[in-house]
Ligand binder design. Structure first.
Ligand code: 1CP
Length: 356
């Protein structure tokens, strides 16, 4: 069935009026779901990503449980470094690990960006399969990591409290850092265009490591690449006569980035839980849709406290130009019933005209 363009989430992303606020959850397909853990006990993480039937099945798991307004394709941001030739393994309990983090002398050895669509064709296959299974019910979100966020993992080799090894490159080797960021940008552009070609109806770029940068570093090493990704993806889609889909940017922890991002062509800006909705709105102005920002830990509360937190969040953001979500990915030990409460509260409260 042809994908619809009048879905709640797409309308909110484009700034059109909606009769209730759309909601999805970052990492909605993941370890808090017993049916996900069951699949993970049988297969390695990246094997799942590389097997379109499995990636599709897991993408649909949360959508079958909850009345979410979008599905997000099951994959990981680190498939781009893999496609460029780096080894990444998923260590249970620890997360992703690069056995050989990127060294200065390795940058020249990375593959060309042009290999990315071929190497990651399994993601496009998973998207095609999932869009077909969704039959136009809700849109499918495609995604990628932003260049600085990917560079940070590639240099550091794993998650970090400071990302000081990766940041040291920005100060010690700025020219090489720009070369690496440029390669990641080119790769990401091809990857995102391929996802839309396969059927993704909206794209999110995760700048999850924005919070480690200073405003100056963000302006120099993150913003130009985020901007180039948005502008070039949209231009290429236009040239290829594909739908020019809305794009979301999520600069986690990057309050200092919000005003600058509001001047880019991203349609939606994601915010984490450390900022008041009214402050985020005043920083981005009236012409961007905001997405977020419930504290993921709020889902540890009981039903009444989750509902109260949602009510406050909706009061803060209002109902137009807004997509409800958590302020970051859901934690693995959250009770799935709390997600049901969260999604229901967003829909229910935001469709009551008098309350907000
Ligand atoms: O449901 C969905 O959201 C789709 C699947 C998805 C997405 C969008 C996964 C599956 N990962 C991601 C994006 C991603 N991956 C980001 C950006 C979002 C964010 O900030 O959380 C990042 C930073 C990663 C890297 C990554 N992958 C981490 C963080 C590492 C760290 O310490 O900083 C982790 C723990 C993973 C593993 C992962 N990715 C996805 C899942 C379900 C898991 C759990 C792994 C497992 O099952 O063993």
């Amino acid at each position: 069935m042809a994908p619809k363009s009048n879905h709640l989430l797409l309308k909110a992303a484009r700034g059109e009026e909606v009769d209730k606020v759309p909601v999805w959850v970052m990492r909605q397909a993941g370890r808090y779901l017993p049916e996900f853990r069951e699949e993970r006990s049988k297969s390695d993480f990246f094997t799942i990503c590389q097997t379109p039937e499995l990636a599709c099945k897991i993408t649909l798991q949360p959508v079958e449980r909850f009345p979410l307004d979008a599905a997000i394709i099951f994959s990981d941001i680190l498939v781009i470094p893999q496609a460029l030739g780096m080894e990444v393994i998923m260590q249970p309990g620890e997360g992703p690990v690069f056995p050989n983090p990127l060294k200065i002398s390795d940058v020249a050895k990375l593959s060309e960006a042009s290999v990315v669509p071929d190497v990651l064709s399994y993601v496009f296959d998973a998207i095609r399969l999932t869009v077909d299974k969704l039959s136009g019910r809700i849109p499918l979100i495609g995604f990628a990591g932003a260049p600085w966020t990917l560079m940070a993992y590639m240099v550091e080799g794993k998650g970090s409290k400071t990302f000081s090894a990766a940041k040291s490159w920005l100060y010690k080797h700025p020219v090489l850092s720009h070369q690496l960021l440029e390669r990641l940008t080119e790769s990401t552009i091809l990857y995102l265009v391929g996802q839309v070609q396969a059927g993704a109806q909206i794209l999110q770029v995760f700048e999850s490591n924005a919070e480690y940068l200073t405003p100056d570093l963000f302006r120099t090493f993150a913003l130009p690449y985020l901007q180039k990704i948005c502008d070039t993806v949209k231009q290429k889609l236009k040239d290829m006569e594909l739908p020019v889909v809305p794009m979301i940017v999520f600069p986690k922890g990057g309050h200092f980035a919000l005003s600058a991002l509001s001047k880019t062509n991203y349609d939606v800006i994601g915010v984490d839980w450390t900022i008041e909705p009214s402050v985020a709105r005043s920083l981005v102005g009236p012409n961007k849709t905001l997405q977020g920002n419930l504290d993921p830990c709020a889902l540890y509360g009981d039903k009444a406290s989750i509902e109260e937190a949602v009510r406050r969040m909706l009061e803060g953001f209002g109902r137009s130009r807004y997509i409800a979500n958590l302020g970051h990915g859901i934690y693995p030990d959250v009770n799935p019933d709390s997600v049901a409460t969260f999604v229901d509260a967003v829909h229910r409260f935001s469709s009551q005209p008098a309350t907000i």
